[in-house]
Write a protein that binds this ligand. Sequence first.
Ligand SMILES: CC(C)(COP(=O)(O)OP(=O)(O)OC[C@H]1O[C@@H](n2cnc3c(N)ncnc32)[C@H](O)[C@@H]1OP(=O)(O)O)[C@@H](O)C(=O)NCCC(=O)NCCS
Length: 142
Amino acid sequence: MIVRRGRSEDLPWLIEHDDASDDWIKRCIQFEEYFVVELDGELAGFLRFSRFWGKIPYMDMIRVLPSLQRSGAGTALFRAWERAMVGEGAQHLMTSSEWAEAEPQAWHRRNGFKAAGSIDLRIFQSSPEIFFLKDISGTPEA
Ligand SMILES: CC(C)(COP(=O)(O)OP(=O)(O)OC[C@H]1O[C@@H](n2cnc3c(N)ncnc32)[C@H](O)[C@@H]1OP(=O)(O)O)[C@@H](O)C(=O)NCCC(=O)NCCS
């Protein structure tokens, strides 16, 4: 299994598997805001992030191909991102998921995130969006 930053040659695969706009995907590759995982030489998943307030690393999306889930790829993506953010000197990580979706929430908690509040996003979705924070200030650099 190889985890690395997303590169321009990953663009067609990311356009096929991420639901952001093509322009946003290109921008995120350019700004090194993707990690991708390869299994047996084929792309199997991605993690896309941005920065809340332009500062705090915020995991916008993590996705592993359904047929390849539960083989450690998601954990490997998350850990690579976390290590990179520790290396940049970040003190906290953020993410969010929909209240009604129990599985993503369980995934975030499993990776050390704690719920920090929710906002009503009924204009987009039926249940609130829960925000999660992880304190990485004590995490040693790899
Ligand atoms: C969430 C996701 C990225 C996890 O990736 P993955 O490669 O399947 O996860 P891993 O194989 O690394 O799983 C590691 C552990 O987490 C558990 N796990 C995996 N997916 C989980 C989920 N959705 N909920 C709770 N636990 C989960 C596994 O059972 C495993 O635990 P174990 O080591 O005790 O057996 C993947 O299931 C996915 O793409 N889901 C659809 C998109 C999504 O919901 N993304 C998250 C919100 S943005």
